[in-house]
Design a protein around this ligand. Sequence first.
Ligand SMILES: N[C@@H](CCC(=O)N[C@@H](CS)C(=O)NCC(=O)O)C(=O)O
Length: 223
Amino acid sequence: MLEVWGRKNANQVIQVLWTLSELGVEYKRYSIGTESGDLETEEYKSINPNSKIPAIRDNGFVLWESHAVIRYLSKQYGFGSLYPENPQKAAISDQWMTWSTDSFMSTFFPVFWQLVRTEEKDRDYKKIAEMAKQSSNILKVLDDHLVNQHFVAGDDFTFGDIPLGVLIHKYFVLDIQRPSLPGVEAWYQRLSKRPAFKEHAMQPFGNSPSEFLDLQAKGEETQ
Ligand SMILES: N[C@@H](CCC(=O)N[C@@H](CS)C(=O)NCC(=O)O)C(=O)O
């Protein structure tokens, strides 16, 4: 059976678990992360020498880097559906996948980190507001793109929706100011109807480091 390494509430792990659920591929997951100290063991380093999650093993084939994993899984188990057969559609899907990290995540993730994984007394609210505003400005590019289509690569859901979808749920649940983004909002509603998105991306993260860890422990009680 396919194996996955990583705690369920890590951003990049969520993307891989959501992909697997969309594909209906069964897997065995090992719940590891920094807190448990498992990332630095020689055993895990032989799977991922970067000591990061996620990583997968599929019939002896080991792969790390979440986006490489998503592309591999989609091509291997969802060619013609999650991974478009049309090379141009696949390229557009890929484009938004790269955009999710290179343009949006680098600006938005510090907002999530500050509001969830940083103690309130250590937060820089001015910086949070600035970064949230910049994130919203960046999202206008996605908004213009989504106004006339259902998903990032056209009318069908593809692998390119996954990394952005995981981040966009965080964007909509955090206590930040948001401008009207009708295309992104409608797309988020569409994603919210997908059982795999609900299960993996729409999990609660809390509003402090201790809440995050409590929810993490609760989430890990189920496979
Ligand atoms: N570029 C890598 C980044 C991997 C990464 O930074 N993973 C984080 C979680 S999202 C990690 O290993 N953190 C250890 C932990 O938080 O337990 C990927 O996309 O897979």
